[in-house]
Design a protein around this ligand. Structure first.
Ligand code: SIN
Length: 513
């Protein structure tokens, strides 16, 4: 431990450099903070890849109450209405506040914000920057702001491996960097580590996003909520590339249609068709593929020749696959995209462990319910980062003593991916969930590099097994109906391990690699 590191002791530590982490650090300024990032800032953040934008009830025909109604409808009875209302009320002002960072939001010739349409929104309310480059543009501006804020010390190339906890209170972070293990003492830690896409073969997330924040929180004893709700995006570009390129919902918002190889518009009968909620559409595409069809997005008429101007990022991904969306059909299939579940937090982002906050995708605020409404997540991150920062700033800083660094391997999700891809996809059933929990148990209990990803997968499998209904993104073939009463779920690692042990030892899940 160098003297330099010791001088940082006591500062709030933010783990993760996506929109949630950067905004929390910026809101905390001028209080000195430490921001830990595994890579060069922004290089492995899903925020950078976000094509959809920020949803807010900003239009002349819109307001936060209408936005709330759409959010609750998409969330399929599981949203926390009070939390959702508070976040969506705060959204227009939070987006206006982003302007100070110089983000080039798309505007009309008259200077007002262009508002896009995405699935399950009843109004045009999505704010974009550079078309489908929203995440990249926001990150570019926020990273510049962070780098020029003297109170924020960014430590890149450092991976948080464990939280130090005594009597259910945070004492610091054990991390790993190129010179070996290192301990950062602090009684205030914010998790902003993103999602879990790296636990699946088919994902639109960076493959390094494999639930590290969930593992850190769970091993610290925190409660996690609604883990079984995983969102699959209906339209990822179907090809050999992994992670998969996203074909934004905004393309359907501009009129593109879903058809199969026979030219049939197979969504007939589904209310709102291409603009149905994401869970409904992902299942429809999945079922059509499962019955032997191929599925395509037809953007040849609309947006047609405007495609590349509106969607330069997607056009470039399509070009890489030899597809011109103005002339060719775009082959698509569903892919893991977002995690509605996460570390259970209150309205200020506080977890059940004292001194531990969570913000962004790693957190479960209750906004998204069983199925997130498109573009509500960047909005949530931007709004909640302020509340988290206020709560952190209002918690007294105390110095903590240095501790010996623990040695924990870098998480390797590869052995876990086949299990989650097979049993925790769009369609689930109890026997496969039990088998996957049995298979993951020994790995989760081991000291192996796959132990943390396996622990996360195990908690998700147990939460999915315990939810004996179908709701939102969680579809059980053996329980195809919604329960009469909607209940959010809560789990700890200890409870998940105990539940998996009770399942006994066989059979385990056979997976084809
Ligand atoms: C999309 O552009 O389709 C994704 C937007 C989102 O996930 O919120």
């Amino acid at each position: 431990m160098s003297a330099d590191m010791r001088s940082f002791f006591g500062r709030p530590i933010i783990i993760g450099g996506g929109v949630a982490g950067l905004m929390t650090a910026l809101h905390l300024a001028p209080e000195p903070v430490l921001l830990l990032s595994r890579t060069l800032l922004g290089a492995d953040a899903s925020s950078t890849w976000a094509q959809g934008g920020l949803a807010a009830g900003l239009g002349d025909d819109d307001n936060p109450a209408l936005h709330l109604a759409d959010t609750l409808a998409a969330g399929d009875g599981l949203c926390d209405k009070d939390v959702a209302s508070r976040i969506l009320q705060a959204a227009p002002k939070a987006i206006a506040g982003l302007s100070r960072f110089g983000i080039p939001f798309d505007r009309t010739p008259q200077g007002s914000l262009c508002l896009g349409l995405e699935a399950a929104h009843s109004r045009r309310r999505i704010v974009h920057a550079q078309g489908d480059g929203t995440g990249r543009e926001i990150m570019r501006a926020l990273i510049a702001a962070v780098r020029s804020t003297p109170s924020i010390v960014v430590v890149e190339g450092v991976e948080a491996r464990r939280l130090a906890v005594r009597q259910n209170a945070i004492r610091g972070v054990w991390a790993s960097c190129s010179i070996g293990p290192v301990f950062f003492g602090s009684q205030r830690v914010v998790l902003a580590t993103g999602g879990i896409g790296g636990l699946f073969f088919d994902t639109t997330n960076p493959s390094g996003s494999c639930g590290q924040g969930l593992a850190l929180a769970a091993r610290a004893g925190a409660f996690l909520a609604d883990l079984e709700f995983i969102q699959f995006h209906p339209t990822a570009l179907d090809g050999p590339e992994r992670p998969m390129a996203l074909v934004s919902e905004a393309v359907r918002g501009e009129g593109a249609a879903l058809i199969d190889e026979t030219g049939q518009a197979f969504l007939q009968g589904i209310p709102r068709a291409e603009l149905a909620p994401r869970d409904v559409l992902a299942r429809a595409v999945w079922n059509h593929l499962a019955s032997g069809h191929r599925v395509f997005l037809d953007a040849r008429q609309r947006p047609g020749r405007e495609f590349a101007r509106h969607f330069p990022t997607i056009a470039s991904a399509c070009r890489g696959a030899g597809i011109d969306p103005a002339r060719d059909l775009i082959p698509i299939r569903p892919a893991q995209h977002y995690h509605m579940g996460g570390v259970d937090v209150d309205g200020a982002g506080r977890t059940s462990v004292k001194g531990l906050w969570a913000c962004g995708e790693v957190a479960s605020t209750g906004l998204h319910g069983a199925n997130r409404l498109a573009s509500n997540s960047l909005t949530e991150a931007v709004v909640c980062a302020r509340w988290v920062a206020e709560s952190v700033a209002g918690t007294p800083a105390r110095r903590t003593r240095p501790a010996f660094a623990g040695e924990y391997p870098s998480p390797d999700p590869a052995p876990v991916r086949p299990f989650l891809s097979r049993a925790l996809g769009i369609v689930r059933d109890g026997e496969a969930l039990k088998a996957v929990a049995r298979s993951l148990l020994p790995l989760a209990e081991s000291e192996d590099a796959a132990s943390d990803p396996a622990a996360v997968g195990l908690m998700i499998a147990i939460a999915a097994l315990q939810r004996q209904e179908s709701r939102g993104a969680h579809y059980r073939e053996d329980f195809p109906h919604r329960a009469a009463i909607a209940r959010r779920s809560e789990i700890t690692l200890e409870a998940a391990l105990a539940a998996a042990r009770e399942l006994g030892h066989s059979p385990t899940l056979e997976v084809v690699m």
